[in-house]
Write a protein that binds this ligand. Structure first.
Ligand SMILES: C[S@@+](CC[C@H](N)C(=O)[O-])C[C@H]1O[C@@H](n2cnc3c(N)ncnc32)[C@H](O)[C@@H]1O
Length: 258
């Protein structure tokens, strides 16, 4: 079981809470700030290289021509997770619907979701929009850069617990269900509220819709599964898979729920 936050964690949380509140007050967005494409992905283990090549060919994608190396790899990693889950379950992605990604962070992987779900509308929702990144660019500006050229893609800065927009598909890559990752992302522990988060997802998912979730490992996935079940979701499929970049050095868990 994940350990409860101690006094040092609470101090860190208060500090991150202060900066989070401050940055969200300065909501100026100067427009899209795209990354400089890396052109080519270096430093991949031979197996990962072969898998990237096969994903490139199968899905006719070339993320390295759009993004810096880290984001390009992230897109291949997430596409690999979706493809592996599909192969394991004989599952076809529901296409052409409205897809909402809950807690999208920098949403650098939006292109992989766009390729996979071919959505009518793809909305990334994150409670944090204005954190400053390297070079003075804000997260919001960087996300807009990532979304350039993706038809129907948007970014909404909102607390998903209070979000009330319906979707055909919800995706949640690494939602917060334990304290460690919240502090790891330099955010306050007040954002650790999985029962309200999963309740909102249940409310917002249209009848017949699908939730696809990815968790950091079996232990975290078990906590998330309890929350999903308590909110009224039923498990449809689950698969463990190592990420192409090799981090973390254990398998992540992909699951789908209806
Ligand atoms: C572990 S990060 C994962 C980010 C992204 N999904 C990825 O795979 O890189 C969790 C994200 O959830 C966001 N988040 C946490 N609580 C949230 C809430 N109540 N509403 C919206 N976003 C939230 C955080 O700001 C953070 O960006």
């Amino acid at each position: 079981m994940p350990s409860a936050p101690g006094p040092v964690d609470r101090l860190r949380s208060a500090w991150y809470g202060f900066w989070f509140a401050l940055s969200e007050r300065t909501g100026r967005v100067r427009g899209p700030r795209a990354e400089t494409p890396c052109g080519e992905l270096g430093n991949l283990a031979p197996e990962a290289r072969a898998r990237v090549d096969s994903l490139r060919a199968h899905y006719a994608v070339a993320f390295e021509r759009r993004y810096a190396a880290r984001s390009a790899l992230l897109n291949y990693e997430y596409l690999d997770l979706l493809d592996a889950a599909s192969a394991e379950w004989g599952w076809e992605p529901p296409r052409g619907g409205e897809v909402h990604d809950v807690g999208c962070g920098g949403f650098a992987y939006a292109a992989a979701l766009h390729r996979w779900f071919a959505p009518r509308r793809l909305v990334g929702i994150d409670v944090e929009g204005h954190r400053r990144l390297q070079g003075g660019v804000t997260r919001h500006e960087r996300v807009l850069g990532h979304l350039q050229g993706l038809a129907g893609a948007e970014f909404v800065v909102a607390d998903y617990r209070e979000y009330a927009e319906r979707a055909d598909v919800l995706t949640a890559f690494f939602p917060f269900v334990t304290p460690g990752p919240v502090l790891g992302w330099r955010l306050p522990l007040g954002l650790l509220d999985p029962s309200t988060l999963f309740g909102a997802m249940r409310r917002n998912l249209r009848p017949g819709g699908l939730l696809l979730m990815v968790n950091h490992g079996a232990e975290e996935a078990a906590v998330a599964a309890r929350e999903a079940t308590a909110a009224g979701f039923a498990l449809r499929g689950r698969v463990e898979r190592e990420r192409l970049g090799g981090e973390p050095p254990w398998p992540v868990v992909v699951s789908t729920w209806c």
